[in-house]
Write a protein that binds this ligand. Sequence first.
Ligand SMILES: NC(=O)c1ccc[n+]([C@@H]2O[C@H](COP(=O)([O-])OP(=O)(O)OC[C@H]3O[C@@H](n4cnc5c(N)ncnc54)[C@H](O)[C@@H]3O)[C@@H](O)[C@H]2O)c1
Length: 259
Amino acid sequence: MGALDARTAIVTGGSTLIGHGVVQALADAGAHVVVADLDAAGAAPVTGGSVTFRRTDVTDDDQVAALVRETAAQHGGIDVVVNLASVYLDDGPATSRADWLTALDVNVVSMVAVVQAALPWLRASRHASVINFGSVSSKVAQPGRWTYPASKAAVVQLTRSMALDLAADGIRVNSVSPGWTWSKIMDQLSGGDRAKTDAVAAPFHLTGRVADPAEIGAVAAFLASDAASVVTGADWAVDGGYSALGPEQALPAIPQLMA
Ligand SMILES: NC(=O)c1ccc[n+]([C@@H]2O[C@H](COP(=O)([O-])OP(=O)(O)OC[C@H]3O[C@@H](n4cnc5c(N)ncnc54)[C@H](O)[C@@H]3O)[C@@H](O)[C@H]2O)c1
């Protein structure tokens, strides 16, 4: 028996590496998973068996409605929504109004839209769980980044609001905030060099490395399961200890005074 046997999950943004980790963890626990993303080719490594792909732009209400309608028709309901789709559209202080609105639309407003559309099915489920993707970026200033951290801070707060107002319907809502994770952007920026990525991440992650997508997926699968039945309204740091560190990072700063 898997922890998510006979349950159905929608995972937005499931077509790249972190998404794959989440989709695989949910499927391994027995769930039917529908990947809702713009990128069909990116979903190919995880589709087949209990995982299907449906091309969906989460900023388009008609497409979101069709996603929910067809998922419920195919599987008889919806128990889990993972809001993972995100953009890194950010030019810091120079970000245009149009880019701000796009970033907030994808990263925040679309989470609401998917949950609103799925609400009748989540209310009907006896195991309803929503998991919104935040980030360590929600709590700190990062150079050249204005839209992304603000959007992720909004996600963490939105999660509390959702959890409060949906609790009476038996729907749990939590956010997952990863630290640096081996992902498409890390792969591209490092030229595929994971050891280099780990070395850059080491001073500000207690684990001394980036997370693996499977490690993010494991926490999402736990939050989706009945093992987390009393967990709601919480932001889960899945960040290798990033958020336990202050600005002095993992290296002792005091000795630098004497160097
Ligand atoms: N990469 C990291 O180290 C890291 C750290 C902290 C948090 N996160 C969070 O984890 C999640 C995944 O991050 P990632 O780096 O894998 O992102 P990514 O950019 O590689 O993947 C995001 C996915 O969202 C999809 N997407 C974008 N706009 C969409 C739309 N309008 N409709 C449907 N799908 C759309 C993309 O096609 C893509 O598959 C994000 O929420 C991100 O904020 C990532």
